[in-house]
Design a protein around this ligand. Structure first.
Ligand code: NAD
Length: 261
């Protein structure tokens, strides 16, 4: 039995990338999982993986989180199924390259709806349940929220907002015994940059990684999914019981270098 065996973990964006890895890691610890994503096919695959990996129980909620009613439904189904919530991982996110001149107003809404508003909404709905369990929230932000990246302006702005939200909600919710932290990964090979429209025309994810790989203090630019999973397992655990309002960079020192591509 692990410390997570009796815990209920809600993970958004659980159908691929970091979300899938986080779900599998908590499944191996025997936790109960509420997995939320808009991609039904992959979500079903991850659900089966998690059952096989040892999750106590798995609920899959297919939901586009840019639709407010879907967020309410996801939280309601989670509480109806498990009657508690211990950990909320606000992970779902989208990426778009673009400078002030290139990025469109539509992109602004596309990015902020998911990367900021959905996390705010989930957090609001989770508070009464996390207060009961003295639970915790972990936001999956990005090194882009700390650096100045002129060609990723909207994405960087959304993650800077998420970092502000992390620290400020940590302060606001501390009195209820709820801890709020964020992890800030550097680039990782997931599907986020392969989505149509994510990168500037003609640029591949490998080109992008190469362009951003200079000046990374520990060398390279990429992190592994497991690096991010380890940070999240720590922040969710009792070992982190004194830690709140932290934006933990998992980035080879990337955030220390102020600006880039
Ligand atoms: N991969 C990286 O280089 C990197 C670096 C730093 C931070 N991040 C952050 O990590 C988080 C996870 O991204 P990832 O890299 O695993 O990408 P990913 O594309 O592999 O996973 C994102 C998941 O979110 C889901 N999703 C997208 N839009 C949705 C919507 N409207 N409603 C519901 N689900 C939706 C997708 O279906 C997908 O399963 C994001 O917040 C991202 O900003 C990623």
């Amino acid at each position: 039995m692990s410390a997570f065996t009796s815990k209920v973990i809600l993970i958004t964006g659980a159908a691929s990338g970091f979300g899938q890895a986080i779900a599998n890691a908590f499944a191996k610890k025997g936790a109960s999982l509420s997995l939320v994503d808009k991609d039904e096919e992959n979500l079903n695959k991850v659900t089966e993986q998690c059952k096989k990996a040892g999750a106590s129980k798995v609920l899959a909620v297919v939901a586009d989180l840019r639709v407010e009613d879907n967020i309410v439904r996801a939280m309601n189904e989670t509480i109806e199924t498990f009657d508690r919530l211990d950990v909320l991982v606000n992970n779902a996110g989208v990426f778009r390259m673009g400078s002030v001149e290139q990025a469109s107003i539509q992109s602004f809404d596309f990015i902020f709806h998911l990367n900021v508003k959905a996390h705010f909404h989930f957090t609001k709905l989770a508070v009464p349940h996390l207060e009961q369990t003295k639970g915790t929230i972990i936001n999956v932000s990005s090194v882009a929220g700390e650096r100045r990246l002129p060609n990723c302006i909207l994405y960087g702005m959304s993650k800077a907002a998420l970092n502000y939200f992390t620290k400020t909600s940590a302060l606001g919710l501390a009195g209820k015994g709820i801890r709020v932290n964020a992890v800030l990964p550097s680039a990782c090979k997931t599907s986020i940059m392969s989505c149509p429209g994510a990168l500037s025309p003609g640029l591949t994810p490998d080109d992008f990684f190469r362009k951003t790989s200079f000046q990374v203090p520990l060398g390279g630019v990429l992190v592994e999914k497991q690096d991010v999973v380890d940070a999240i397992l720590f922040l969710a655990s009792n070992s982190a019981r004194t830690i709140t309002g932290t934006c933990l960079a998992v980035d080879r020192g990337h955030a220390l270098v102020g600006s880039g591509t």
